[in-house]
Ligand binder design. Sequence first.
Ligand SMILES: NC(=O)c1ccc[n+]([C@@H]2O[C@H](COP(=O)([O-])OP(=O)(O)OC[C@H]3O[C@@H](n4cnc5c(N)ncnc54)[C@H](O)[C@@H]3O)[C@@H](O)[C@H]2O)c1
Length: 337
Amino acid sequence: MEHRGDPGGGALVRSALVTGGRGFVGAWLCTALLDRGVDVVSLDRRAPRGRPSTLALLGIEDEVREREGSLVDRALLDRVLADRDVDTVFHLAAETIVGTVRADPAAAFDTNVRGTWTVLEACRERGVERVVFASSDKAYGAHDELPYREDLALRPTAPYEASKAAADLIARSYWPSYGLPVAVTRFANIYGGGDLNFSRLVPEAACAALDGRAPVLRSDGSPVRDLLYVEDAAAAYLAIADSLGREEVRGEAFNAGGERPYSVLEIVAAITRLAATGVEPDVRGAGNPDGEIDRQYVDASKLRQCCGWEPRVGLEDGLGRTLDWYRAHPEVRPPVS
Ligand SMILES: NC(=O)c1ccc[n+]([C@@H]2O[C@H](COP(=O)([O-])OP(=O)(O)OC[C@H]3O[C@@H](n4cnc5c(N)ncnc54)[C@H](O)[C@@H]3O)[C@@H](O)[C@H]2O)c1
């Protein structure tokens, strides 16, 4: 990762807590923080049996201090913040799988909403200097007006979207109400190696293509998505944290995405071409699958202007790196039936 030093000129992040550090994006963010010499602690729940930690897969398990437990355990959060004298919290832990949230919304609201206010309360009491909360572009819900800008209304209709929107509003209220320097991120679909959530488009299609299976499209391929490479996402979290000393960043939301939207068919066709295993996308659906938003992409100009961030990894390059990662990690690929 190129992002070293303190581009914002403000105080440096010295000691960071990443909630959800064993997960896909959290582990890449830990890598970026270590690369800057930051002391990093991860708080994550006990992994389901057989599920590896992305921290271990990225080879940084020994460099990150790990605490195991739940987000809603306030006493544990207090101990973690105090033990490491944490100055910056990146709150990423969440129930992230749309289908899991739909199946058990109460459990997901507990993690995604109560978990968020529990983290915020711990940060407020401790006087943490910066908090970056991972909301999502899904919080916007379906809008005719695209790209999403940060001043659009949040109009969630599905439980995952609603959980992110609720936590987004709660998190931002902590700046005007309590003076806690917090910003929220509404990033587009993040992709890259180490994502073990195989219900997501890119990891599913990448592993299928590498294993010589035709990736199945549950839509007709026309839905439009915005893809953000995971190291660009990590750089965006850091750019926001670096800028939280400035008034115009506090209490604000920031989008980030790739340079332009792509249709699902374009994305999967690029994956099969780059995998070069002779398979083609298998388009089985009609229109958009139930419960998914048809067209989503973000305007990231606010983040560029306020924090100097821009994506560095284009789609072809990012998909190539992603395929290389899964090629090097056959052990995590879903079994071929
Ligand atoms: N991946 C994306 O495309 C994307 C896009 C926008 C926003 N986000 C947000 O970024 C964050 C990280 O997403 P990800 O893709 O890395 O997901 P992930 O599922 O890989 O990681 C989430 C982590 O949270 C942990 N977790 C869940 N419940 C917990 C609890 N109660 N206590 C402690 N830890 C708990 C999980 O064990 C997991 O390691 C999420 O908040 C997600 O909503 C992700």
